[in-house]
Design a binder for this molecule. Structure first.
Ligand code: MG
Ligand code: MG
Length: 253
């Protein structure tokens, strides 16, 4: 069931999104070579709690193996759901960050991919194209149009550069829960409902330098590319209105 949000609910989700983006603006300068990813996670937990929010990723998932951190940190061949730990970020790493906040019952979701120091030109290009895919997808998200227009825009742009589009994971409705209907794929397959005013969705292309195939590691969380080539991930939470679509999270590039 797709939840149609009221104006008041969208106002609440927007406040949650603005807080999340404010967190990212302070976090991003800390993501640099030599930093241990567990320290970034601690920083994020503290920041969100001090701001009066709740880190929604922490404890999310199955009871016997809940997500152990407030933020996903996925480096190089890791696509999404990377676990913060003792690993240190190194010069040339491609570092994807994905985080969500609950504020007064309203949930936001945003991801960015940062380049630690100087990355290889093909990795910088992958990151640029992935961010472009996000904005192509958002431009295709319009009330009255069908959901898979987003996937056509995302995958169409990725294919122009011969990149792999991850099809096993996708965006989603968001706002009252972290993952709501509908699924918002990056490849055009599956249900294709009409987009309508009051829908709030997370659009999140995951684009690989190699093929779009992915695998899940033994920790049951970390998603990696099947060919070990790097991957990038960008995400905004957006609200569909009758006459326009608003990006609720702030641009961070
Ligand atoms: Mg996310
Ligand atoms: Mg998401």
């Amino acid at each position: 069931m797709i939840r149609i949000k009221t104006e008041k609910q969208i106002d609440g989700i927007r406040r949650s999104c603005k807080l999340l983006s404010a967190m990212y603006r302070e976090l991003m300068p800390l993501v640099k070579p030599g930093v241990q990813t567990i320290d970034l996670d601690r920083w994020v937990r503290d920041w969100i709690r001090k701001a009066g929010g709740r880190p929604v990723f922490l404890g999310y998932g199955p009871r016997k193996n809940p997500f152990p951190a407030a933020i996903c940190i996925s480096i190089n061949n890791e696509v999404i759901h990377g676990l913060p730990g003792r690993r240190k970020i190194r010069e040339g790493d491609l570092v994807s960050l994905d985080c969500g906040i609950e504020l007064e019952g309203y949930i936001s979701d945003q991801a960015v991919t940062l380049e630690a120091g100087k990355v290889a030109p093909e990795i910088h290009a992958l990151n640029t194209v992935t961010r472009e895919c996000l904005y192509k997808g958002i431009a295709a998200a319009k009330a009255g149009d069908r959901l898979l227009q987003i996937a056509r825009a995302v995958s169409g742009h990725a294919k122009t550069g011969n990149y792999g589009v991850v099809h096993q994971f996708c965006g989603h409705g968001v706002g009252m829960e972290l993952h709501e209907d509908p699924q918002v794929p990056n490849c055009p397959h599956g249900p294709n409902p009409r987009l309508s005013a009051g829908m709030v969705i997370a659009i999140e292309p995951m684009i690989n330098l190699g093929t779009g195939e992915v695998e899940i590691l033994d920790d049951d969380w970390t998603v990696v590319t099947g060919d070990d080539k790097p991957s990038a991930h960008w995400e905004h939470t957006v609200a569909i209105f009758g006459d326009h679509t608003e990006i609720l999270t702030d641009p961070l590039e």
